[in-house]
Design a protein around this ligand. Structure first.
Ligand SMILES: C[S@@+](CC[C@H](N)C(=O)[O-])C[C@H]1O[C@@H](n2cnc3c(N)ncnc32)[C@H](O)[C@@H]1O
Length: 286
């Protein structure tokens, strides 16, 4: 099927979703917090999930996965079971899973499907990190960049309760927000890659903070997707991400019974190093 280029209608309204089966695959903008929450299932993790391995290739996660893997093993227990909350395409998990029993949880069925192909030996569970209860505990819990989608203290509290409910005594949880308030700076990044079948994907990510007084900032994603037949689609989607200070993270985790310390990331990548949080369940009475 030959596809003809199209342009975004000028009349597209804030919050309106435009999806054409032609060149423009999406456009999502949001007027306010309510409008955002109504549309919080992102197309990037929904219909566009099959593009995830090209937009953000698994090999790009090698360096940070090595650091995360080391931190997951800083508890007093031998780590055999790991719960990964918001595991996405399983790109981090693909670097960690050797020798471990990993359970990968995501709220997107499409992202779980992508991850199943990459990580056939891992258990996959459809679930929300704010409400999940598996009624079993793990030697370690990881919440990687998916944690960014928690936009206020109540959502972080719900996630922290989930972590506490699944962590074995002596186990460690590692939480990896992309940004904290102290180090956040507006930035522009781009990336993507090509597949051997002719498909290719590129993104531009532009982060900014519309209001420094609230608990979230925004990322604008512009996507350009090339099919194997050479036809090209493009589109835009806004994502909001939570922005909390070092002390807010420590205290929100503390409220859930988790004692946390911050660890500065060591990275050779061309971006500001992240601040990771390493949390342990407090024993009762401590
Ligand atoms: C940037 S992707 C994660 C990529 C992942 N680090 C990887 O290795 O591929 C963010 C993921 O977070 C998931 N997510 C966002 N909020 C969530 C929630 N409350 N519970 C579970 N998953 C969530 C999205 O569905 C999406 O798959």
């Amino acid at each position: 099927m030959h596809r003809h280029p199209q342009v975004l209608p000028h009349s597209s309204q804030v919050g309106q979703v435009v999806e054409c089966h032609g060149a423009i695959v999406l456009s999502r903008r949001y007027a306010g917090p309510g409008a955002y929450r109504e549309h919080v299932t992102h197309l990037m993790y929904g219909r566009l999930a099959p593009w995830w391995p090209l937009l953000s290739p698994p090999e790009d996660y090698a360096e940070e996965s090595a650091m995360v893997g080391g931190l997951l093993r800083t508890g007093t227990r031998t780590v055999r079971t790991v719960l990964d909350l918001g595991s996405g395409g399983g790109h981090v998990a693909s670097h960690l899973s050797s020798g471990l029993d990993m359970t990968l949880v995501d709220m997107s069925p499409q992202m779980l499907e992508v991850s199943r192909r990459l990580n056939p030996g891992c258990e996959h569970v459809l679930g929300d990190m704010r409400t999940l209860r598996l009624d079993r505990r793990f030697d370690a819990v990881l919440v990687h960049d998916s944690i960014d989608y928690l936009l206020d203290g109540s959502e972080v509290a719900a996630m922290a309760a989930t972590v506490a409910a699944h962590l074995q005594p002596g186990g460690v949880a590692v939480l990896v927000p992309d940004h904290i308030t102290e180090s956040f700076e507006p930035s522009t990044q781009w990336g993507g890659s090509d597949a051997s079948d002719g498909r290719g994907a590129r993104y531009l990510e532009w982060t900014w903070d519309p209001d420094p007084h609230d608990s979230w900032a925004q990322a604008e994603y512009s996507l350009v997707l090339r099919e194997a037949d050479g036809s090209v689609s493009s589109g835009h989607e806004s994502h909001r991400f939570g922005l909390f200070s070092h002390q807010q993270w420590i205290s929100m985790l503390d409220d859930a019974g988790l004692s946390a310390v911050a660890v500065g990331e060591q990275t050779d990548e061309d971006r500001p190093p992240r601040t990771l949080f390493v949390a342990r369940a407090r024993s009762r009475g401590a």
